[in-house]
Design a protein around this ligand. Sequence first.
Ligand code: ADP
Ligand code: ZN
Length: 614
Amino acid sequence: MISPATAPPAPAASPALGVLQGVFGYPAFRGEQAEIIDTVLAGDDALVLMPTGGGKSLCYQIPALLRPGTGVVISPLIALMQDQVDALSALGVRAGFLNSTQTYPERTAMERALLDGELDLLYLAPERLRVPETLALLARVPIAVFAIDEAHCVSQWGHDFRPDYLLLSVLGERWPDVPRIALTATATDATATEITQRLGLASARTFVASFDRPNITYRIAPKDNPRAQLLELLRTEHPGDAGIVYCLSRASVEQTAAFLVAQGIAALPYHAGLDAATRARHQARFLREDGLVMVATIAFGMGIDKPDVRFVAHLDLPKSVEGYYQETGRAGRDGLPSTAWLAYGLADVVQQRRMIDSSEGDAAHRRRLSANLDAMLALCETVGCRRVQMLGYFGQESEPCGNCDTCLTPPSSWDGTVAAQKALSAVVRLDQRGQRYGAGHVVDILVGKRTPRVEQLGHTDLTVFGVGADLDERSWRGVLRQLLAQRLLGVDHSGYGTLHLTPDSAAVLSGERTVLLRHEAPSAARAARVRKAAAGPAGDLSDDDAARFELLRTWRAGVAKEKGVPAYTVFHDATLRAMAQRRPGSLDELGEVSGVGAAKLDRYGAAVLEVLAG
Ligand code: ADP
Ligand code: ZN
């Protein structure tokens, strides 16, 4: 329970709102937070599906503060527990954790604090529940609520399956009277159903938030020269910003990070091949320092709640819309304008189709992977709004957003039937000779390029040689990519990415089926000019406000460094922005700024006023 000293000055409409304002410093609940909290306060179970950055934490933190006893939070993110506890301590909330990183004395001290009723919140790694003493320990104290964070980890189909999560059904059985709240940012029906079953949450109230992240601009660009494209994105739109660059392989993570560093951009690699200490160090630096770029495989990111990640860039095609959505969702948790950018090309489609064909597992598993990839390709190739397509995938209807590349510069489509026929014919002619080739060679034949290989193989004699001279190589690669995406071309199982016809190809060759293709988007440089002004945290502030914002950021960096904590645990960018704009002249006025709670007002209020007074 919170002490009266941290209660808000004016009586709030409800105790929950009182805590939101007094402890967290936010004026109002977002979305369904209030209802979710009321459900748990009433002692009922809840299942919460809410996008990253939606505000899930408050849904269990506030009940933990208001109900008698300690709130127990199960989280797989051991490496982040210290930061979570630090952030809560900065708000005056008494929090601790138990996990395998602690020494024995640290653990016993924490257990003592719990037994003495000194903890509002206890973060617990799921594997602790394997130890009988943990259950015995929990049985000795009153428990306010069990929160199961990252609840999709119970799903065996998902990419984050944690066997220890299956143990969590014990909570409902041993503590039938303690409300449980399961939370995840994974939205599909299949995952929700699995969570409900495995955690025994059949009677829980389910809350599904809108999965829209309106502050993220989604862009998917044709891949020409990915590193140069990335560099341009960072230099023109996100100089000095923190962001994540996802690559498929460890090797490309290393190379891309080295490339960025050589270009003068502060970047760090992260992948499962690095030892645990290096990974932990890089993660800690990313969280604590301003403006670092993390180049990573998807091993990085779950649960990273750094609010000021300004961009997430993908240099390789994600395997599913769900994964893409989760990864891009790490941008802009603070609600400020952010960018999700993906470079995608022909080779990606070839590579992924091949990986699926040669993957372990049964036919049903491969079909599932294929369906996931098809949905991702459909998102890449759509001429409609990206957001409408993505939300539709999660079963949510929406209007064109005006904040994605296809809305901002609508692509046109063209009748590509003849082009498709030419491309498919080239593949047929080669096949008739008993030969199969990859996309590069097929493009050479279509445009009539006399490469040594073409000459040597005698492919200049083919009737299709040069039939596609009306289009350039880039356009042909776009045509082949789209034919692959539409399953009008297939990729061989063999290691070379050679092309073959599919059952659907015949209808195109015979003219029964027309093929609609998307015009390739303009090159990156041209697109940049059409784009809106820079995103970035200072974004649309006036010059004066922006100057004050920078002063506050400098002050914050000093405080963070001195205390050895992440800058955002001092104040978020969004809060500094609001201070810069509103220029509060007194502690009372400062206390009204969103993100300034009682504890922070106490600790930093005078210093902030001094910075603002200049
Ligand atoms: P999630 O766990 O759903 O990804 P968080 O709980 O970390 O999201 O919340 C995301 C950000 O939004 C945090 O910085 C949090 O402080 C902020 N936030 C949450 N609820 C509110 C609210 N009602 N008003 C203002 N900010 C909020
Ligand atoms: Zn849109």
